[in-house]
Design a protein around this ligand. Sequence first.
Ligand code: ADP
Length: 843
Amino acid sequence: MTKKAFQIRLPESASKVRSEPSELRGDEQAAADRDDLETLSLVVSRASNAILIMDASGQIQWTNEAFSNLSGYEPSEAIGCNLENLVFGPSTDATTRQAIRKTLLAAEELTTDVLQYRSDGTTLWVECKLIPVNDDSGQLSRWIVIESDVTRRRQTEEALLAAKKSAEANSRSKSEFLANMSHEIRTPLNAILGMTELALTTDLSREQRDYLQTVKTSADSLLNLLNDVLDITKIEAGKMEIEEVDFNLAEIVRETTKALAVRAHEKGLELAVHMPMTVPHCLQGDPTRIRQVLFNLIGNAIKFTSQGEIVVDVQEQWQTDDEICLHFSVSDTGIGIPKQRLQKIFDAFTQVDSSMARRFGGSGLGLTITSKLVRLMNGKLWVQSSEGKGSTFHFTLTLKLGSSPEHFTDDGQSTASSIDRIRNLASQNLDGKRVLIVDDNATNRRILNEMLGHWGMRTTHCPGAAAALKELESAVRDDAPFDLVILDAMMPVVDGFQLAEMMQQRPDLQAGTVMMLSSADRPSSTHRCKKLGIESYLVKPVSASALLEAIMSTLATRDDQSLRNAPTCVASNEVTNTPLVQTVDKPLRILLVDDHEPNRKLVESILRRRGHDVRSECDGDAAISVCENESFDVVLMDVQMPGRDGFSATKAIREQEADSGKHLPIIALTAHALQGDREKCLAAGMDSYLAKPIHAAELVTLVEEMGSSDREGANNNPKSAPSRYPEPLDAGAFSIGSALQRMGGEMDLLKEHIGYVLNDMPQLMQMMSDAVDQREPRQLEIAAHRLKSLVSSYDHTAAHELAQQIEQDAKHDRLGEARGRIDALRPLVDSFTDAVDEYLQAN
Ligand code: ADP
């Protein structure tokens, strides 16, 4: 290629413009200008970018050397051609071609990537810049086109895009795989757990019971592992969403520690909570995840500690008008962690040494999930530990201050919540009252001391019975006897009960009101308290609000001189797994749709034991046709079935009943446990949702609630505005006569009903406590509703109203309020069941 070929032949107009001054300035100047232009044209022709000049209509007038190298077209081949016809081909993107055409018409500038064809038919990507050039009159005279080869960049981009797409597809299929696996594993696990639970309710030899108990424990831990794996995958797939809702922090801490207290107390460990009353209760954040983090850390602390104590501490680090930073710590006096393993323990499937898995159980996933959750909540988690001495896990969280009307009025003042109301009362009634704390555990003494001091009480504390007796004696000598004595039940040498007995035998000590704090909630303890005249019995760890409520009500009771005959048991941690086995008086006709035979068998036998009539079908189509011809009170619908699934079958049933105005309750029965599944079921027209593995009591309660919801309206006789805590004397009022009347005077029916009361009441109370612990308002609502209808037959106004309020609390997610009411309901239910039982024995 010659240098000449690429020199720019200046367009006419340009040479004219330049020739005028040269005439004026003479030949010398004109020669210099020509020199400049020649240099310029040389530079352009040798530039590494391909450059073309086109006329106003888009015809190529000139090309440089680089264009020939890029496209394979010599200037002689290119000149006179149209750019589009020369270098674009069938694979050139039509939109880009269109954009270039529009640019040429509009005489605008454009830079775009475009796929071009070389003269040999091969393609390359170029970045093409079109620059319009106007003449003196402002008319478009020509185009300058600058092109550079960007094939490599485009290939890299395309490869990246393809990799991203394939990663997304992989992640999607991983999630789908997990959802399916979760379903596939949960389904048989459901059958294993449920059948084992059922088998455990039958007559078994000790050996058989042992075997089955092991099956149940293993299935439970398999389910936990499955949940952990699902959590990790959700977090890693970016699918774990962190909520921001109003919640009560004190309630979360109380519920979590309460749920774990049994485990700690079984090992003889103290579990203490230190959360100053000054820490705001109503905050915004994700209560489920905060509970999960606390549960993991406290669970580990209990697991790796064989003696001593676990202390959960919550402190405020800083606070602004709308935010608070909290520092949580969970300390234990356990085995500790060697220094070199401290960071490693946050890795998945990592344990300090593998023999631990055998000794303590666990998979090594808990801390991985915990640290990831804390990070998702923008917090920080760290650990301090000393081998053989114990560990402290810390985490910080910055949370918004809550705005729930439940806790704050418009002017921001703390109001209606029961805790706040009681707190106000405390300042009026407890100020200056003298209290003696007797506990061998120094942390407990420190915490109690701080709580009681906060309410203005004058505290004295001592570690055991001998010192306590001395304090009581000296208080009498100083003529300042104690108003209240708080005893720890489990102390070495002389325990709390023995000390209470000593005090009872010495009226000269004027021991005042006695409260007992215990690590174990045993019926025998309640009985011993009753015998010793101890008015309040609390299960540790005791939250500030529970302690305050108990003190207020015991002192008030004493001041009113109207002693209760049963002590208040503020916390109950007993766990019962026994399904309801008593038959119902109103059997339901139930349609069960599930493709999995063991599941069907399980659900059928649970429901048939209650006397219900169950018809089973294996798929959605069969369900639809059977619903067309027969009538049912309730349908249990599995979601994932071969052929027509549960969603589609529900839609068809809803269409069938559209004209009749009827509404058949449909409960989704599904092994799906992923986010949003509940909403999907409800959106498909289902009324409720039961996640597998199914718990017999849950299944029975929900089915009976849904199946008979329209029949129970008669029991809901409205009552006057309820009081939160009924007066003890009125509270016990109920009438067995009214119940007999309601049953048409049929003694047999009444007896049957009482049997039902005796069987179900304790379980319903337990269900309510569990529902609050596990934050399951729907379960709470169901249990409260059932309890309400049971007591209403006996005109038990106080219990009826409390149950009704609990039902309302559950509907509005006020679990803290509900807990207080459950505690108030418990003694009423106890005395009611005692009385009907006595009646049954006597008749
Ligand atoms: P897992 O408890 O299921 O084994 P984690 O991820 O919760 O799994 O904990 C990982 C390991 O960290 C544990 O196996 C144990 O070795 C160590 N670890 C966690 N918490 C404590 C603790 N409080 N005291 C001593 N070691 C602990």
